[in-house]
Design a protein around this ligand. Structure first.
Ligand SMILES: NC(=O)c1ccc[n+]([C@@H]2O[C@H](COP(=O)([O-])OP(=O)(O)OC[C@H]3O[C@@H](n4cnc5c(N)ncnc54)[C@H](OP(=O)(O)O)[C@@H]3O)[C@@H](O)[C@H]2O)c1
Length: 249
């Protein structure tokens, strides 16, 4: 990650009252993006979302643009001229290519550790490990392609956050939530035979707050997951038992 030498946020203070900026969340109504919206409002930004309108609405006070990322961006979004963009919804090559029509001072992209050729199983040593460069329409190669397209378009205005396992409220997969609820219910719990397996995770609220804080201020690739060795699967289950106060075995 590189700190921008000239901070674009100082050069181009937007017209938003209170010193905020026009911040567009691509996505913003489901899981991570929803927390990005909250963090951006808390930071005093004027916030808009772009979604298809399938996953719900953003909160009051947020401008809701409609559009499919597989189509060119709506004129209304371009006319709004976002100064900051946090991209939580890029899942196709076309979506990345269409986003290059924007011209923000900072673009924070939510990528994945799957962009690395060596992940899984890893380990990943730093951010300079090789990423996928195939044409496969699979998750990792698509994220890596999107990073290259957007990085070429935005240069040192572009930051890519390579997320690992994201957990927290509104997780549609209910991954950590399932274990919390089951362990809170107590009694004997069947668990996978993999308690020593190391895992690393990040709270969606922490990642969201960080994305808003660094967008337009930092650039380059960042592995945005918990530190390697932070816990094991068994350690996570033990923490679930501690925080729920349950008597699960
Ligand atoms: N969850 C994890 O553990 C994890 C790990 C690594 C990386 N990531 C990355 O983190 C990002 C956020 O993931 P998430 O699970 O929080 O969110 P998500 O489920 O990917 O939510 C997607 C959001 O984008 C919108 N959206 C989806 N498809 C769209 C389309 N074609 N056009 C316009 N808007 C669209 C959805 O609204 P509508 O449905 O209304 O359009 C929703 O607001 C993703 O890029 C994902 O790849 C997640």
């Amino acid at each position: 990650m590189h700190r921008l030498s000239a901070n674009p946020l100082d050069d181009d203070a937007g017209p938003v009252e209170g010193g905020g900026m026009r911040l567009l969340v691509l996505g913003g109504t489901h899981f991570l993006g929803r927390h990005v919206v909250t963090a951006a409002l808390d930071a005093g930004h004027e916030v808009a979302t772009l979604t298809r309108g399938v996953s719900g609405e953003p909160p009051d006070g947020v401008r809701a643009f409609r559009g499919d990322r597989d189509d060119p961006l709506p004129e209304a979004v371009l006319a709004w001229a976002p100064e900051l963009v946090v991209d939580t919804s890029c899942q196709t090559r076309a979506a990345a290519e269409h986003a290059t029509a924007l011209d923000p001072v900072g673009y924070a992209f939510v990528s994945s550790l799957n962009a690395y050729r060596g992940w899984p199983p890893g380990p990943i040593h730093g951010e300079h490990a090789p990423t996928w460069d195939t044409d496969a329409d699979e998750y990792g190669p698509v994220k890596a392609h999107a990073e290259r397209v957007l990085g070429a378009a935005f240069g040192n205005r572009f930051l890519t956050a390579r997320a690992g396992l994201v957990v927290g409220p509104h997780d549609p997969l209910h991954r950590l939530g399932w274990w919390l609820e089951r362990i809170a219910a107590g009694g004997p719990v069947v668990v996978p035979d993999a308690l020593d397996q190391p895992i690393a995770l990040v709270d969606a609220r922490d990642l969201a707050g960080w994305l808003v804080a660094v967008c337009g201020r930092e650039s380059g690739p960042v592995n945005t997951t918990g530190r390697a060795g932070m816990t094991t699967f068994g350690g996570l289950l033990e923490t679930c038992r501690e925080v729920t106060g349950g008597d699960a075995e």
